[in-house]
Design a protein around this ligand. Structure first.
Ligand SMILES: [Zn+2]
Length: 342
């Protein structure tokens, strides 16, 4: 059995956890094959001491790391990387702006944890930044090298072994921290690669300030943790990082997600994480009761945003077909004959 009860991933509390009511559907659990041993959905708890929202019980860190290292997570999403690049055009501009404005750095060095195809790094590269990244999926690393020309991306996991050719000005991550099983190992790695006075930026899905039930759907088998700005500060405090700014809003207003954008500075001063503990009962109430009310209020707004996002994706696919007719034609032919696109 690879599913086990774990102490709180943030504060190590191993007493009673508060159960959370989450969605009846878990669209991702089948992607994980044997990891969930026949369960139909994951279980989520608020830590009984610090209020951190996390999946518990869960697959062991070893089982999950092995799963990611095999590149299994993205296996069901086989599409042409060039098309993916086009579809995600502009999707990282919020992050780039949050980093450049929040840090005041117009250029420097940046390392992306779980950088995927390297699309966000590509945006930094255009601005003249020196780019590094780590990504477990070798197909995506090859894309970053060959298509985007980012030689600083390497294949591997984000953990305490994290290294880079130089200490960087900024460590960034986009939708990665919700996947990490061993958060403390990741933070030890981040501390090793960031310059004194450097920055840490994370964009993560969140249940907090949610606009719809989408944030409850985030509590699925594909994720391990759901952060707020307070639990992010709690994670970072013992490693010498200090909160600079955070936001729960997307600049574009058409993104699919309820996201937290969080920026911290590495001061090296280790601080007591207990000042960021949240009330477990209040967190449980927020998730179990407040959310459906907010969902009803915000669902129409959310539906409109979703429609606009879908339109943008369709438009990008059409533009791709116009600018790369032969590549697009081959893609369609591959799809029709049942061959994988990537
Ligand atoms: Zn805790």
């Amino acid at each position: 059995m690879s599913i086990t009860l774990v102490p709180c991933p943030l504060c190590d509390f191993d007493g009673a956890m508060l159960p959370l009511d989450i969605s009846d559907e878990d669209a991702h659990i089948r992607d994980y094959g044997e990891l969930y041993a026949g369960r139909s959905k994951s279980e989520w708890k608020a830590c009984g001491r610090c209020g951190f929202v996390h999946q518990n019980p869960r697959p062991s860190a070893e089982a999950l790391n092995e799963f990611y290292a095999r590149g299994s997570y993205h296996a069901p999403l086989r599409v042409d990387p060039h098309l993916v690049l086009w579809m995600h055009r502009g999707a990282y501009s919020d992050n780039v702006e949050a980093v450049t404005k929040g840090t005041g750095l117009q250029r420097g060095s940046v390392l992306d944890l779980g950088c995927g195809y390297g699309i966000a790094l590509g945006e930094f590269k255009k601005l003249g930044w020196t780019c590094y990244g780590v990504e477990p999926d070798s197909g995506r690393v090859a894309f970053a090298h060959e298509t985007l020309g980012i030689a600083g991306v390497r294949c591997g996991l984000a953990d305490e072994q994290l290294s880079a050719p130089e200490r960087v000005d900024v460590v960034i991550s986009h939708h990665a921290f919700e996947h990490f099983a061993d958060l403390k190992s990741v933070m030890r790695g981040v501390r090793n690669v960031v310059k004194p006075g450097g920055y840490f930026f994370a964009r993560i899905p969140t249940y907090f300030k949610n606009r719809s039930r989408m944030s409850i759907l985030y509590m699925n088998s594909g994720h391990y943790s759901m952060f707020t700005h307070e639990s992010m500060s709690q994670l970072l405090a013992p490693y010498g990082f200090e909160h600079v700014a955070h936001s729960y809003l997307n600049k574009s207003g058409i993104d699919l997600t309820d996201d937290l954008l969080y920026l911290a500075r590495y001061t090296g001063v280790e601080r007591d994480p207990r000042q960021f503990y949240q009330s477990p009962a209040a967190v449980q109430r927020y998730v179990n009761h407040t959310n459906p009310v907010r969902s009803r209020v915000f669902a129409p707004v959310y539906a409109l945003a979703y429609k606009r996002l879908a339109e943008r994706l369709r438009l990008n696919i059409i533009r791709y077909g116009v600018e790369h007719p032969f590549r697009f034609g081959r893609l369609v032919a591959d799809r029709l004959t049942g061959r994988a696109g990537a």
